[in-house]
Structure formats: structure tokens, C-alpha cells
Design a protein around this ligand. Structure first.
Ligand code: SF4
Ligand code: SF4
Ligand code: FES
Ligand code: FES
Length: 365
């Protein structure tokens, strides 16, 4: 590989072309603080904590994703760099809720330790309305407290690239950005394989492991590549078409798109909620999912679909006007022995007949 000459904090360094500034600095024992970066994960470049000064450039550059160039002169600890890192840290803490600084758990918190290492003081400003979310305590393995999330994206990449699962994605835009599961639902045991890898990679206390043995999928983990650009482009086309046709995109439509493109549902939701011109039709408070897999269809599943349609006046992919119910068709819900079956929220209703539908749904009114 071609060697080039760079200067880091006054030291002349012979570096391999293509290496990042972060890697080359490390090669000569200079540590640059990082937050969103992990060398085993794809670069993200989101947090700007790793910035350095490069002679001749007006802006500070992110060292974790900027490759060195021949003749580059780099300062990793100039006054401008240190001030920027402190400001970044203050901004992260400004939107951070909870008593983290005095929290005993904070000693385990990488963000907290990083703040001490770069000597950033308490934040001088507070955001008007911090991002506050309810604790997600549904999964028996991992609880999520998204109020403590700093959107570093490490859990998203670790789950996909190390655990080989696609549980998380980033949805919404700007200040509302959030790491979501499916349609922004609490992490549940159906989607998560209890390996605990996302918890290990989280630099805050946003993810909590509930104890027990980690790693049911150990040994069978296979990294998944990010969805191909082509699939994302097709998705945008589909979302646009649906928006034009129906004035919004329903959950049912997103489920279909995900299955057509072989993309995880959370990815589809993430893209749909990112673009302002697409409006996602909110789901009802109670989500009815009827299994459209063969065992259920062979046992009069279609009659159940018709019975729900008749009872609520909505078809798959639609929501009732009062927002109480939305109705979706889904793949196997793991209740084949009770076919035909449906889910209302997390409740399984099996051995259905059209006559039972009205009584079951009344309980959710
Ligand atoms: S525990 Fe494993 S499978 Fe579950 S969300 Fe975390 S990384 Fe993904
Ligand atoms: S939950 Fe943790 S790892 Fe995931 S984006 Fe938030 S802070 Fe980063
Ligand atoms: S560590 Fe480099 S941008 Fe986050
Ligand atoms: S400082 Fe808040 S979770 Fe670490």
C-alpha cells in the first residue's frame, strides 16, 4: 500500500494512504476521543467529538472518517479543537434528562467518563423541551430509556453488523430523531434475539440489560449489510406513489413495502418519517393483526378478515375514524396450532370463527 507523509501534533508520520486521521494518530500513540465511532462498525460521523484541525482548512474535520492526505498537517489538541469538543459535549448533555451526573450508574457510562476526560463542565444551556420518552420495559432482556439516548447510532449498527439482526433504525427528523423498533414500538421479545450486543455498545445508560445469560444467537451471528441503495430508491418511489394515491401511508402499506423489498420494517418506517412530504397515517390505539399465512388461510382465515371488515368498517391497512383500531394483515404470528388466529395488540386470539369477532373487539372499545 502506498505510503504518504503527514504531521500529527508536530510529529512526522509515515502513514498508509486510505487510513483515517484517527488511525494514524493512534499509530503514534495520540488518542483522539470518539463517541459514535467504533472501529469494528461502519463509520457514522455523527457526533463530531473526534474533530481535529487540518492546516489550510477552515472547518474542523471529523478524524474518524477523514482519510489522511499526503503533506497533511494535523493538530489534535489545539485550542479550537478543545473548545469544539467541550461545546459538543455540553450540547449532548443539554438535551440529556435525568440525574445522570449524580446517578451511581453513571460510573459505568462512557458518555459521563468522556465528559470528565475532556474536562467539559456542566452545560451552560438547556433545551426548552428535552426529548422525554416513556421507559420501554416490555422486553424481558433489554429495557430502553430513550430519554438518555444521544443518537450515536451504535446500537443500530451493532445489532445489524455484529448480531446480524435488524431490530433498530433511526426515524423522524432533526430534534425529533429517535432510534425506533418497527413502527416506533417498545422493543419486544419477538424481534430481539437477546444477545445483549446493543447494550454492550451503548455509551449511555439508555439501554439496560436485565440480567441472565446473553447470547442465544452466539455462534450463529452473521452480519447483515445495510439495505442496498437500490432498495431504498425503490422504497422512496413506492412511498411517493402511495402518498399521491391515498394522501398518506398506512402501516399496512409499509408492511407490504418491507416484505416486497426485503427490508426491515423499521427501515421503511425510518425513511417514511424522515421526509416531510410523506404523512404516515397513525395506527389506531388497538392494532389488529390477522395472520395471512397458509395454515390460517386454509382454516377460513378469509372469513375472519371479512368479519373484522364488517364489524369495524375498515379493511387491511386502514384505521377507524375514531382512532380506536387499525387493521393489518401479517405473516405467521406463531399460533398455527390455533388457526385461524389474530393478534389484538399483544393478545393472541385463536380458534376464531366469524361469530366471535364482535365480542372480542368489544372488549377493546
Ligand atoms: S439484544 Fe441483540 S438482537 Fe436484541 S436488539 Fe440488542 S443487538 Fe439486536
Ligand atoms: S440507545 Fe445508546 S447506542 Fe443506541 S443510539 Fe442511543 S445512545 Fe447510542
Ligand atoms: S467519533 Fe467521529 S464523528 Fe463521532
Ligand atoms: S450521563 Fe446520562 S446516561 Fe450517562
Amino acid at each position: 500500500m502506498k505510503l504518504i507523509q503527514v504531521k500529527v501534533d508536530g510529529q512526522n508520520v509515515e502513514a498508509q494512504k486510505g487510513r483515517t486521521i484517527l488511525e494514524v494518530a493512534k499509530q503514534v500513540g495520540i488518542e483522539i476521543p470518539t463517541l459514535c465511532h467504533k472501529k469494528e462498525l461502519t463509520p457514522f460521523g455523527g457526533c463530531r467529538l473526534c474533530v481535529v484541525e487540518v492546516e489550510g482548512r477552515n472547518q474542523l474535520v471529523g478524524s474518524c472518517h477523514t482519510p489522511v492526505e499526503d503533506g497533511m498537517v494535523i493538530q489534535t489538541r489545539s485550542a479550537k479543537v478543545m473548545a469544539s469538543r467541550k461545546m459538543t459535549m455540553e450540547l449532548l448533555f443539554a438535551g440529556h434528562t435525568g440525574p445522570c451526573v449524580t446517578d451511581r450508574r453513571a460510573v459505568e457510562c462512557e458518555l459521563h467518563n468522556l465528559a470528565s476526560a475532556i474536562e467539559s463542565g456542566p452545560p451552560r444551556f438547556r433545551v426548552k423541551s428535552p426529548r422525554v420518552y416513556r421507559l420501554e420495559d416490555v422486553s424481558p432482556y433489554v429495557w430502553r430509556d430513550m430519554s438518555k439516548c444521544i443518537l450515536c447510532g451504535r446500537c443500530v449498527r451493532a445489532c445489524r453488523e455484529i448480531a446480524g439482526q435488524e431490530v433498530y433504525s433511526t426515524a423522524y427528523r432533526g430534534f425529533r430523531s429517535k432510534v425506533v423498533v418497527d413502527f416506533d414500538e417498545p422493543l419486544n421479545k419477538e424481534v430481539c434475539k437477546d444477545c445483549g450486543i446493543c447494550v454492550d455498545y451503548c455509551p449511555t445508560t439508555a439501554l439496560k440489560w436485565l440480567g441472565g445469560q446473553k447470547g442465544r444467537i452466539n455462534g450463529e451471528m452473521k452480519a447483515k449489510p445495510a439495505p442496498a441503495l437500490k432498495a431504498r430508491e425503490s422504497l422512496l418511489g413506492m412511498l411517493e406513489a402511495e402518498q399521491r394515491k391515498r394522501g398518506g401511508v398506512s402501516r399496512g402499506a409499509m408492511v407490504e413495502m418491507a416484505s416486497k423489498l426485503g427490508m426491515p420494517l423499521n427501515e421503511v418506517y425510518g425513511v417514511a418519517t424522515f421526509y416531510a412530504f410523506i404523512s404516515v397515517v397513525p395506527g389506531g390505539r388497538n392494532v389488529i393483526r390477522i395472520c395471512k399465512s397458509l395454515p390460517c388461510l386454509m382454516k377460513d382465515g378469509r372469513m375472519i378478515i371479512d368479519a373484522v371488515r364488517k364489524e369495524l368498517g375498515i379493511g387491511p391497512g386502514e384505521s377507524t375514524g375514531d382512532g380506536k383500531f387499525s387493521f393489518e394483515l401479517t405473516n405467521c404470528i406463531g399460533a398455527c396450532d390455533q388457526a385461524p388466529a389474530m393478534l389484538v395488540n399483544d393478545d393472541v386470539h385463536g380458534n376464531l370463527s366469524p361469530e366471535r369477532i364482535s365480542g372480542i373487539l368489544k372488549a377493546y372499545h
